[in-house]
Design a protein around this ligand. Sequence first.
Ligand SMILES: *[C@@H]1O[C@H](CO)[C@@H](O)[C@H](O)[C@H]1NC(C)=O
Ligand SMILES: *[C@@H]1O[C@H](CO)[C@@H](O)[C@H](O)[C@H]1NC(C)=O
Ligand SMILES: *[C@@H]1O[C@H](CO)[C@@H](O)[C@H](O)[C@H]1NC(C)=O
Length: 473
Amino acid sequence: MEKVAIGLLPPLRFIAAIAVVSWTSFIYYHFSLLSGGLLQLGHGRDDSADPCRGRYIYVHDLPRRFNADILRDCRKTSDHWPDMCGFVSNAGLGRPLVDRAGGGVLSGEAGWYGTHQFALDAIFHNRMKQYECLTNHSAVADAVFVPFYAGFDFVRYHWGYDNATRDAASVDLTQWLMRQPEWGRMGGRDHFLVAGRTGWDFRRDTNINPDWGTNLLVMPGGRDMSVLVLESSLLHGSDYAVPYPTYFHPRSDADVFRWQDRVRGMQRRWLMSFVGAPRPDDASNIRAQIIAQCNASSACSQLGCAFGSSQCHSPGNIMRLFQKSTFCLQPPGDSYTRRSVFDSMVAGCIPVFFHTATAYRQYTWHLPRDHAAYSVFIPDRDVRAGNVNIEATLRAIPAAAVERMREEVIRLIPAVIYADPRSKLETVKDAFDVAVEGIIDRVDMARGGYGRSWLRPKQSSHQALDAKRRKLI
Ligand SMILES: *[C@@H]1O[C@H](CO)[C@@H](O)[C@H](O)[C@H]1NC(C)=O
Ligand SMILES: *[C@@H]1O[C@H](CO)[C@@H](O)[C@H](O)[C@H]1NC(C)=O
Ligand SMILES: *[C@@H]1O[C@H](CO)[C@@H](O)[C@H](O)[C@H]1NC(C)=O
């Protein structure tokens, strides 16, 4: 704790500098409102008591063909995404889990759902309806949310359709947006949407496979907005990574605290565990080595999916294993990132990464800059070359250090989960809250500001300060 507190105190000079800069951007911001003739609207004025100042979001009222109708067609995708209708039920959370084996701990009652990893479009949109600083006056909004279901749109036409069909909704959407008065203000740079898959799925032009995905993030309009994805391409600057949805969607602060206490108290009988399938077609993928090392160690446990069964798709099995493990091995799969990273963190299991693009370079809003505080890094080339024994590496970490890392992982749980969008956490910030702050800051910087997180009432939290430091240093 002490170390954290000291590390967070910015030098005075630094504070003075941001005060000056912020004041300047504050004046600039108000001037732009005045010149827009919007004073009579009330908020956005120098009303320092307004807790929403700097955080207003306007949600575009899109025609249903851009969201609700896409879900209505969920049956059409049944050959490629089985049970999509089930997966988009309950505000996008999926079906409640029924956990007989675990005494109901992982059940819908306790906030657990069979959430699909690519269901964020709907979860985020529904969560936005609970956002405390929505406004109907687009002119005073600090950012504009576009509730287009880009990820579900991808699934609809991915297999067996031509480019024009795959891009049709994206073209339609961007043309619709560019006709709205809101677009003109900043050429779309204050707009954002959620495309709940990896960024690669929306950049067909620059893909290795020219038949993969839509071109949403490349086309005019699409490339001007900020887009929240599960994995950023890290190249282009307008797609930002946010956590994959996990199975846990608490309804209150108390649900979160209860869960944190539970995982803190778990007996962890496995030193390490792995859940995932090998990638036999990709010779450079290290999963085969991970699976072999795990299989050879009496301190490692893995689910049967490594050997071709579907055991690894049962949320209950996965979460029970992670809760009993100290370290969870997270090698890349088809892309760098994995949903499993967040499932393991929710279980209080310390992630072991093999590539910096699996988390460190991705989730900079949600995870601390100090990687060693919550995770272990073993370079994939060492595993590939057979130079490293994973078990021995993990055993060499002193018990006190393991304890500290686990505590940090448990502290991070709120930032990597999406609360049940039908209710609202009281004080705890979830992954949605953190993402919205990130976007508001990006938009402010695009306006010539320096990020507005310093204005926010909840800014004294470790998270916000950490994010601010990351951005400004
Ligand atoms: C915006 O307008 C709608 C419809 O009139 C209303 O239901 C809603 O409460 C308004 N939202 C805000 C944030 O004022
Ligand atoms: C589809 O689009 C990609 C680029 O986005 C292009 O390389 C490819 O040739 C197109 N496919 C067809 C069949 O036109
Ligand atoms: C796992 O280990 C057993 C012996 O301990 C061996 O027979 C089996 O082939 C191994 N499987 C894999 C996939 O490495």
